[in-house]
Design a protein around this ligand. Sequence first.
Ligand code: SF4
Length: 145
Amino acid sequence: MVELSAMDYKPRPIDGDFLSRPNDYPVTGTHEGHEVRAEGTQRNDSEGKPYPTKFGIHGTYVAVDWESCIADGQCSDVCPVNVFGWFLRGDGQGGSGNDVKIEQGSEQWNTYRTDKIDPIREADCIFCMACETVCPTVAIKITPK
Ligand code: SF4
């Protein structure tokens, strides 16, 4: 888990309307079987300052704003069907405390800031909403199909 106070930006909640705003959140690619939106787009944090990364939103009905994600991991702890895995860890595992630790000022810090939780098994979601509720930065938006 990464302390919010250790970050050099202030995450803002995921835009809950992102699916109805394709001009702001165009599909820019796919990753691990889910769509990615707005990758490469400069967005601002909750203080109006530019985010240091431009990863965009991963997933559609299990959507994680990677600019908002600070690798808390509770989303994965509470998910009953194991939808999430850590991106940098890369072995399909999630969970708090299992993220790749990144030293401030390192090359990984400059590129990622923190590990990112990835909805790699999005199709398994049963829409219990637990992850959306527990996320401390409100980085997750669940849209039941
Ligand atoms: S809504 Fe429930 S089942 Fe779906 S990803 Fe979140 S915790 Fe898992």
